[in-house]
Design a protein around this ligand. Structure first.
Ligand code: NCD
Length: 315
């Protein structure tokens, strides 16, 4: 039996992923996809409980983790919008996490503060999975995005990936860019308005890895060369100046006309929710994978992660 590198481990940053353990995640995600498509569910996590501890809004991440746990035969404590909890009485994050660690085997957490998942992990005797820590990271989204690209192209090396939108505040971007830059011969176009550029500390990290990087503020010059166009929402909740947000929110709009410039084989991705940056007329284009594959892959990859974190002999 090989050693399962995820067993009983926290998932806090996409920097924990290596080429080797990504291969395991891809294989197990494929296995999960096949289980769901053929029989719907399994009972390998029967008796296990997941707490979904969400302090920020969520649709897909919250629901796909719950669906994943259910399809693995486990159960869950759903805590969304912690309004009715003791948090409103002033309880700190550590006490809340220690409490739910007494009731469950894994805690999936979303919280507005950068570093909050790491704080919780330090306090928790059970593994913590970061489902978004403010403008920090979103490592499980990066995993589903990676899986979507792999399922489509069967590789990362050699691809040109254009990341578009709010690269400053978008945590999905922060996690994904670190992950794809593990592959030396990928080309990454960072397409954003000047004031929403990728944070310097992340840029430095990926530059050290010697991937090809181009920063620009227009998509048109690179759309025709892109294999992946990954579009993000301008993160309204991270702005203090709403006038600035209004000016920037539709800096990029993907239209059917713009997509005419892209290759037939290009895929268009978005972590969702979208608020106007991809026109709905694009949805029926076969290159649009955000409503279909990308979203389904969220459940398969989270099934894979939960099964690896909770089962010693999974691999
Ligand atoms: C993203 C998030 O919460 O960071 N959504 C998601 O998890 N699919 C992206 C976003 O909110 O823009």
């Amino acid at each position: 039996m090989n050693k399962n590198p995820f067993y009983n481990h926290d998932i806090l940053s996409s920097e924990q992923y290596t080429k080797e353990n990504l291969e395991i995640l891809v294989n197990v995600s494929r296995e999960m996809k096949s289980i769901v498509e053929n029989v719907g569910s399994t009972d390998v996590l029967k008796g296990k409980v997941m707490t979904a501890l969400f302090y920020e809004p969520s649709s897909r991440t919250f629901a796909s983790f719950i669906a994943a746990m259910q399809r693995l035969g486990g159960s869950f404590i759903p805590l969304q919008g912690m309004t009715y909890s003791s948090v409103t009485k002033g309880e700190n994050l550590e006490d809340t996490v220690r409490t739910f660690a007494c009731y469950s085997d894994v805690i999936v957490q979303r919280h507005p503060e950068v570093g909050s998942a790491k704080r919780s992990a330090a306090a928790s005797p059970v593994p913590v999975i970061n489902a978004g820590d403010g403008v920090g990271e979103h490592p499980t989204q990066a995993l589903l995005d990676y899986f979507t690209i792999i399922e489509h192209f069967n590789k990362i090396n050699g691809l040109t990936i254009s990341l578009v939108g709010d690269l400053l505040n978008g945590r999905t971007i922060h996690s994904l860019v670190k992950l794809i830059s593990l592959y030396n011969s990928v080309t990454i176009n960072l397409v954003s308005p000047d004031i929403l550029k990728l944070p310097e500390y992340i840029l430095k990290k990926i530059k050290d890895r010697k991937v090809k990087i181009k920063e620009l503020d227009r998509l048109e010059p690179v759309i025709g060369k892109s294999d992946v166009v990954y579009v993000t929402r301008v993160q309204k909740e991270r702005f203090t100046d709403m006038n600035l947000y209004e000016k920037l929110k539709h800096f990029y709009i993907i239209t059917p006309q713009l997509l005419k410039k892209a290759k037939k084989t290009t895929i268009v991705m978005h972590p969702l929710p979208r608020v106007g940056e991809i026109e709905s007329a694009v949805d029926n284009d076969p290159r649009a994978v955000y409503i279909s594959d990308q979203m389904r892959n969220g459940m398969y990859t989270r099934m894979a992660l939960l099964s690896l974190v909770l089962q010693k002999n999974k691999f």
